[in-house]
Design a protein around this ligand. Sequence first.
Ligand code: PGA
Length: 235
Amino acid sequence: MQLLAANWKMFKGPREAREFCAAFVPPEGVEAVLCPAFAALQAAVESGHTVFAQNVHWADEGAYTGEVSAPMLLELGVAGAIVGHSERRQYFGETDETVARRTRAALEHGLRVIGCVGESAEERHTGQTELVLKVMVEAIADAAGGRDGLVIAYEPVWAIGTGEMATPEMAREAHALIKGLLDVPVLYGGSVKPDTAPVMLAEEGIDGALVGGASLDVESFTAICQAAAEISSSS
Ligand code: PGA
């Protein structure tokens, strides 16, 4: 079943999250997951939709100002977390090591994890894509240690929020590389829109999408989920 995850980033407080959730009806045949900011998690959970956080700390509790732990998320009814998003890596100093620690702790607690990997434009242009993906995926794979609940999201950094989606061929290659390292579902992320989703989601080895900008609007996220549902029902 294709997995469609809505990464709302730092958009939507509880009121807007509630409005979205009330209007959102995921189509049959796909799994839709909403990933609100911490402040809107409870509102989204109360709606009955499946909810993931956008990050999770490795310790159960402690002096870690600004962080949220896996037991706290579980107490709220949250089912999983995104880990290692490129915005975390770029702006908040997240490294393969911290991503690995977060992944391990979340999976140990029974949270599902969407672990994000992806090359920058410079890395792609200098021929380092394979190496970069390998290092990132292996860090997550080692941390997961074969535990259930892990999904990888391939998100080329240059495609995030730019309107410039990777070509299906680029995604197919990257997904094949990732799947050669780790046998888990792999989502594509980076400028997925309702008009581009059908082509991308039909590509071999693409098990769903992590959607940022286009997930903020209930109609456009629903359209992306519908595209996935149609592909699943015709295959
Ligand atoms: P985008 O974001 O769809 O706005 O490019 C994707 C993401 O950051 O997960």
